[in-house]
Design a binder for this molecule. Structure first.
Ligand SMILES: [Zn+2]
Ligand SMILES: [Zn+2]
Length: 192
């Protein structure tokens, strides 16, 4: 049986973490891996106990939300909190890291960076990774373990269903299609 590739497995984990982000300006997830083991994970979020951007709106200064700790930093800080070494570890992130996170990843001894999407890749960040000998590799998430287009697909199917209402389709055919959509998108069993 074909199993999910390691890089896809870790990248999927980062996308899962991103879904927990509390700042919707950019939903980012980061997974730190050593010897093919996940040792920490983080997402964009407020300091523990503070309000969330998704509830109160972002705290924007100079065009940046200052409330959140970035995903990469949160993953590294989790290691600091629990005393887990990060030297020589790999990191899987949903987006290319910002300058601050780049510096923190390098200082933590991260040796390989895998990212799914380019994001304003700063030339200085690219330069710093090169100088530090950190290998960077783009690994787009290809497996549908985490369906990043779920909301779009859901909206599309609903639009189709509305269009069907206006067409000359028998109610029986429509019900069959609706049941299939429910099964595919909401895991609802077919009711016979
Ligand atoms: Zn925010
Ligand atoms: Zn960052």
């Amino acid at each position: 049986m074909e199993r999910i590739a390691w890089d896809q497995y870790f990248m999927a984990q980062s996308h899962l973490l991103a879904l927990r982000s509390t700042c919707t300006r950019l939903m980012v997830g980061a997974t730190i891996v050593r010897d093919k083991r996940i040792i920490a994970g983080g997402y964009n979020g407020s300091v523990s106990g503070d309000v969330h951007c998704i509830d109160e709106g972002c705290y924007v200064i100079d065009g940046h939300c200052v409330r959140t700790v970035h995903a990469e930093a949160n993953a590294l800080l989790q290691c600091a909190k629990f005393g887990v070494p990060t030297d020589g570890a790999d990191v899987y992130v949903t987006h290319f890291p910002c300058l601050q996170c780049t510096k923190q990843l390098i200082q933590s001894g991260i040796k390989n960076l895998f990212y799914a999407e380019d994001y304003k890749n700063h030339p200085y960040a690219v330069q710093l990774f090169e100088e530090a000998g950190v290998k960077t590799q783009k690994v787009p998430l290809v497996d549908a373990v985490v369906d990043t287009k779920f909301a779009e697909k859901n909206a599309f199917v609903h639009e189709l269903m509305e269009k069907l209402d206006a067409l000359n389709v028998t109610s029986g055919e429509k019900e069959t299609m609706k049941a299939e959509a429910d099964r595919l998108f909401f895991n609802e069993e077919k009711k016979n």
